[in-house]
Design a binder for this molecule. Structure first.
Ligand SMILES: [Zn+2]
Ligand SMILES: [Zn+2]
Length: 219
């Protein structure tokens, strides 16, 4: 079992597996914007301001054991299929569903933005979306990275020597769903029915600055 806890400890989820299917470092604007937004909501500093986000991918079989009422789902743009579950007790990011890239069997966890216990170590499979990195961060993020590197994501890259087979194998792997465990889909549907989505208004996927924050609500 892999235990995912928000940073304040009020929200906890258990994944049935411990072995990551693969691990990516994602440099995309969307990941950076939404994590920057979450840090800002909790009066933390997102530092460095742009970074490669370390992600492990587990079988999409989990249960929320604590603080389900804290969970909200972020849709960065209206049409986004990349859905991020944030625990609003402390604005930790707990997991991401992306049916278009990952399919229904895989859940993503940004390991530096929540607490992860029990997951087995996993080598980095690749670094993706380097095209989104601002030029002043290129040296720090790209040039120092030693594994396979890609300008785009898996769906747009023709040549993914070892990466695509790893992802395809993970997508078609039969997942183990013990009694009481569900997929992110079930958790999202329940949460969104009760609380709706959170949208990052003002975030423009095609805009020049990688990170544009929504207006802070009046206190
Ligand atoms: Zn919390
Ligand atoms: Zn990303």
């Amino acid at each position: 079992m892999t235990v995912i806890t928000c940073n304040c400890g009020e929200t906890e989820a258990h994944f049935s597996s411990t072995k990551p299917l693969f691990r990516l470092i994602c440099c995309c604007n969307d990941c950076n914007a939404v994590l920057h937004w979450a840090a800002w909501k909790n009066d933390r500093i997102f530092y460095p301001a742009f970074q490669g986000i370390d992600k492990i991918y587990l079988e999409n079989s989990l249960k929320i054991v604590k603080g389900e009422q804290n969970l909200r789902w972020i849709k960065i743009t209206k049409d986004s299929v990349c859905l991020r579950g944030v625990a609003v007790c402390c604005y930790s990011s707990l997991f991401v569903e992306n049916l278009s890239i990952l399919g229904p069997n895989i859940a993503c966890i940004d390991v530096d933005f929540c607490q992860v216990n029990g997951a087995e170590p996993c080598e980095i499979t690749a670094q993706i979306f380097e095209k989104d990195i601002p030029s002043n961060r290129e040296a720090a993020i790209c040039q120092s990275f030693e594994g396979p590197r890609f300008m785009e994501g898996p769906e747009e890259s023709q040549i993914w020597p070892s990466v695509i087979p790893t992802i395809i194998a993970a997508q078609s792997k039969e997942i183990n769903t013990p009694e009481g465990f569900v997929s992110l889909r079930n958790i999202i549907e329940k949460s969104v029915k009760a609380y709706g989505w959170i949208n990052l208004e003002g975030y423009n996927d095609n805009g020049a600055p990688p990170i544009v924050l929504a207006e802070r609500e009046a206190q």
